[in-house]
Design a protein around this ligand. Structure first.
Ligand code: SF4
Length: 704
């Protein structure tokens, strides 16, 4: 009771996207929950989008998994934990540590991620743990490492308000990160310019001063063209480049060899010369520029090159580490960053450390785990292929739905069906993935969880519970610790609460190394009460526990020589080009009001109105040519599979392009699953799948 008149709202964090908005949640009777934006949270200052506003409608217990199940029958926790531990231990004994895997999620809290990573990499001794964040931002991670020496996001949301130019590259922020768009309203009113680079005319493009509707996968050509033009015009920060950047001469030579002037760029990108020149002019003259990039850049077989071409433009102009100036990768998931930090990716060890000998030794000693994995594990697409071909024989899926969300999801379903042992820990009893589970473990949902998440601007915030655990559901970190204990590793997993997990994780980050800014030293001694009261903080925390809004402000990067590296990147076509059999480029993405596979947003009637059914957007002239009519059922085919969706004819779509949302599941519309259509091409450096381009064809749907 804050003032004696009623219960106090709980300050927590929205679970839907990487903006990480603060939420004020007031429980009522039963499972009622009144939700408002937290006015004091520095990510949103009280704002919420449609999804955040509807959180109260999604916390009911309908469809929840509330008891463990073995073979589809209710079981005790003791029996379920024993069964999982025995299956994993037996598989490891017979086939080695790389015969098991965890596939985890950006929905997990940082404490959950830390526990899962510690068990797999430290005590099982394999790095076969990967996260579904692989599908949304792995290319940005790889680009950051190549350019900055570590996966570091330089800027902060305040930069979006301070900038005079925002470039959205493959980022429909109006739908995917609406609160960031609202944060820019005042800046827009004072004249902030927007350029949107996107093959589709999205709602963000409608709001922009300039929309470059580039041909799919021509981003690198556009950004390399910009770089060549900047150098031609002398818009290079020579002093910054000389002092803080390496590789300029090589980059300049490569650009000069490739460059045939703006007219050639317009041809390759399919845009008008006057628009290209306007983009060049805006970028060239605007010191305070932020370039946002998201799935449209990342979800590509050349996602790393796209990211690097954007980073190059900022490094050459010295627009990084300064107020209102930075390249800014925006994450999709609420705790994609937490996974990156703790080692949720198969190719990082823990606490942002890579698999170099010094780091492996450090982590092994810290965990007292001499068998700590010494090499990277399998990334998501390869992991499910290894399940399918029998190399992985026991798989634990945590808080995600790969039977829908993975590319070529039909093949993933085959893999799950063949796997000798599948355990799924989830909040929902029936998902497309739990259908394959031998053991189901009930996990806590948002509103019950207790821990931390990190948003796109490196801000650690608390998720706090509004409700007690329903039924027998348990926290993910605790489930993992209990399985670890039953596997014989109890001493290392004896945490009593999430504060203890967080403290241990913070201790692992806290060692002197000027190249590693992820050092949570000031947070290692938090008492449970201090952890509970932890205010949102941007890492690395200052010695007093305050924010660090910008990295690289001193021009020092995390490379060996302290300089950022310019990387030469060349434009490439997509992994497989459209052809006579599959003449369209199919692009997939999200709609405004749904989240992932709709397991939660599908429960809120208000959120289902905006896009009530699976649809395919197609240009009207293409529709006529292929006999497709507005509102009619339409069949899509690719080399991987087929789907049926309602046609939406719109000139917001480029000729030759299709767009289909990615949310629908067996529960909502099985024929409308888009990811069954997507191929398994990935960026070779990041392992991120090419969700933004699959050769496809369309036809009017006829019952057969
Ligand atoms: Fe939640 Fe993202 Fe919307 Fe904020 S912008 S309320 S974090 S979904």
């Amino acid at each position: 009771m804050a003032d004696g008149s009623g219960p106090s709202p709980i300050r927590t964090t929205c679970p839907y996207c990487g903006v990480g908005c603060g939420v004020s949640a007031l429980p009522g009777s039963g499972r009622a929950l009144a939700v408002a934006g937290d006015k004091a949270h520095p990510a949103n200052y009280g704002r919420l989008c449609s999804k955040g506003t509807a959180l109260g409608a999604t916390v009911g217990l309908e469809g929840r998994l509330l008891r463990p199940e073995i073979g589809g029958r209710p079981a005790t926790w003791e029996a379920a934990i024993r069964r999982v531990a025995q299956a994993f231990n037996r598989t490891i004994e017979r086939h080695g540590p790389d015969s098991v895997a965890f596939y985890v999620s950006g929905q997990l809290l940082t404490e959950d991620y830390y526990a899962a990573n510690k068990l797999m990499k430290g005590f099982i001794g394999s790095a076969n743990i990967d996260t579904n964040s692989r599908l949304c931002m792995a290319s940005a991670v790889a680009a950051h490492k190549l350019a900055f020496g570590a996966d570091l996001v330089p800027g902060c949301y305040e930069d979006l308000e301070l900038a005079d130019l925002i470039v959205f590259s493959g980022h429909n922020a109006a739908w995917t990160h609406p609160v960031l768009v609202r944060r820019m309203e005042q800046a827009r009113a004072r004249g902030q310019a927007w350029v949107v680079v996107d093959p589709r005319r999205t709602d963000t493009a409608d709001m922009a001063d300039l929309h470059l509707a580039i041909a799919p996968q021509s981003d690198v050509r556009l950004w390399n063209g910009l770089l060549a033009e900047l150098i031609r015009r002398g818009v290079v920060d020579r002093a910054f480049v000389e002092a803080h950047v390496s590789g300029f001469d090589d980059l300049q030579k490569a650009l000069e060899a490739d460059d045939q002037g703006p007219a050639a760029v317009t041809q390759d990108c399919g845009i008008a010369l006057k628009d290209l020149i306007r983009f060049y002019d805006l970028f060239a003259r605007t010191e305070r520029t932020v370039s946002l990039f998201s799935m449209g850049a990342n979800q590509s077989a050349q996602g790393v090159a796209k990211g690097l071409s954007i980073l190059n433009a900022h490094l050459v102009t010295g627009r990084i580490g300064k107020p209102g100036a930075c390249p800014f990768s925006i994450t999709g998931q609420p705790n994609a960053m937490g996974g990156r930090e703790t080692g949720g990716l198969a190719n990082t060890l823990a606490a942002h450390m890579d698999f170099d000998a010094e780091a492996v030794d450090r982590v092994a000693r810290f965990w007292s785990a001499p068998n700590t994995a010494a090499k990277p594990g399998l990334k998501a697409v390869d992991m499910f292929e290894a399940v399918r071909d029998g190399h992985i024989k026991a798989l634990w899926v945590m808080a995600t739905n790969p039977a829908v969300s993975m590319p070529n999801s039909g093949r993933v379903r085959e893999a799950l069906a063949r796997c000798p042992f599948v355990v799924v820990s989830d909040v929902m009893a029936e998902t497309d993935t739990t259908a394959f589970a031998h053991v189901k473990l009930p996990a806590l949902a948002w509103g019950e969880k207790d821990g931390t998440v990190t948003n796109s601007e490196r801000r650690i915030s608390r998720q706090r519970p509004a409700f007690p655990a329903p039924g027998e559901a348990r926290a993910d970190w605790r489930i993992i610790a209990e399985v670890a204990t039953a596997m014989g590793h109890g001493e290392a997993f004896g945490w009593r609460n999430p504060a203890a997990v967080f403290r241990e994780y913070a201790r692992l980050t806290a060692f002197e190394n000027t190249r590693r800014p992820l050092n949570l030293g000031p947070l290692i001694d938090l008492t449970p009460a201090e952890y509970d009261a932890l205010a949102p903080v941007q890492w690395p925390p200052t010695p007093g526990g305050g924010d660090t809004p910008r990295l690289f402000a001193d021009g020092r990067f995390a490379t060996l020589d302290g300089k950022a590296k310019l990387n030469v990147v060349h434009p490439q076509g997509p992994a497989s080009a459209a052809d006579g059999a599959f003449p369209f480029s199919l692009n997939t993405g999200r709609v405004r009001d749904h989240w992932h596979t709709m397991t939660r947003t599908g429960l809120a009637a208000d959120l289902c109105r905006h896009a009530p059914e699976p649809y395919v957007a197609i240009h009207p002239e293409d529709a006529v040519a292929f006999g497709v009519e507005e509102g009619a059922l339409t069949r899509l085919r690719t080399a991987q599979g087929e789907a049926v969706a309602v046609a939406r004819l719109t000139d917001r779509q480029r000729r030759g392009g299709l767009f289909m949302p990615m949310h629908w599941t067996d529960a909502f519309a099985p024929s409308g699953r888009s990811n069954g259509l997507i191929g398994q091409a990935v960026d070779p450096r990041s392992g991120q799948p090419e969700f933004k381009h699959t050769p496809a064809r369309v036809s009017a749907y006829r019952e057969t």
